[in-house]
Design a protein around this ligand. Structure first.
Ligand SMILES: [Zn+2]
Length: 293
């Protein structure tokens, strides 16, 4: 995996969309860049695809899984658009879902050697596609789609988005859970919260000022993931949602090409008074240790 709502409304549940169609169209690899079609054909045969407004699922998995994935991706898009107040138009983005681990590994070895062999899914910047497989575990498939789909969205819409924001948003959304046919957003991952709280008690967490300018390729530890997730959660939900518009401002600045450090200061730290980062850090820490459950 690539190491690489308003406040209230975003914590809403999103109803699943109506049924999609999984069809063996004239060419199911339509929309896939030419050089990647060759790789896909070398990995397996018998591709089918399903197209929805913002995503195109291409794969060898079952029709049911593809249909499920397409609906889940559209829900993700809805929630990302809501979180960021994004009203632009995303091109139809690709999702590759293989029928089994063997095909997935073959694709990874051929087209994404840099991805760790333990990964269950990843976002391929080269193919601009999420790549994963279906082994019948819907909860895990959902996590992968929500996590990698967040990366995909940010890479395509706001290429300047820094590492902390990518992983924070990805973990925020991967923690969504189904309740019946509704997807609940903004669920607190208890194990991650406990680990983060323990790390803060021990003073092992990174300084926010340092974390928010980390770049892709730098080591991003488990506690870094926890801090990134909790910052997104904090801005999205804390203090009756008063910080949620700042996420939108930050996203807009990044989308417009601003650098990560300036955008963070302008959007978040500046409003915490003359102490900026330090004041924000104190408020965030109190939130994580005493208010977040
Ligand atoms: Zn990630």
């Amino acid at each position: 995996m690539r190491k690489i709502t308003c406040a209230v409304v975003f914590l809403c549940v999103s109803a699943i969309a109506p049924t999609a169609t999984w069809a063996a169209s004239s060419d199911p690899l339509d929309g896939v860049p030419l050089e990647h079609r060759t790789t896909l054909r070398a990995v397996a045969a018998g591709y089918r695809s399903v197209a929805k407004p913002h995503y195109r699922v291409v794969g060898t998995c079952s029709a049911e899984s593809a249909d499920y994935a397409a609906k889940t991706m559209e829900l993700l898009y809805y929630n990302l658009s809501y979180l960021f107040a994004y009203d632009g138009k995303l091109q139809q983005s690709l999702v590759f879902i293989f029928a089994n681990r063997e095909q997935f590994d073959k694709y990874r070895e051929m087209a994404a050697k840099e991805v760790t062999p333990q990964a269950r899914g990843f976002y391929s910047p080269a193919a601009k596609a999420i790549v994963t497989y279906d082994d019948g575990d819907r909860a895990l498939l959902t996590r992968v789609l929500m996590h990698e789909g967040s990366h995909q969205f940010l890479f395509l819409v706001a290429p300047k988005a820094p590492l902390w924001f990518h992983e924070g948003v990805a973990v925020y959304l991967e923690s969504s859970t189904w309740e019946g046919n509704k997807l609940k957003i903004g669920v607190v991952p208890k194990d991650r919260l406990k680990h983060l709280q323990d790390s803060i008690y021990k003073g092992e967490q990174p300084r926010l000022e340092t974390l928010v300018v980390m770049e892709f390729g730098q080591e991003f530890t488990l506690v870094d993931y926890g801090v990134a997730w909790s910052l997104v959660y904090f801005f999205a939900t804390a203090d009756q949602g008063r910080y949620a518009p700042r996420i939108q401002k930050y996203f807009k600045m990044l989308k417009g090409g601003s650098e990560a450090d300036g955008a963070f200061y302008e959007s978040f730290a500046k409003d915490f008074g003359p102490e900026g980062f330090n004041a924000l850090e104190r408020r965030w820490k109190k939130y994580v240790l005493e208010e977040l459950k």
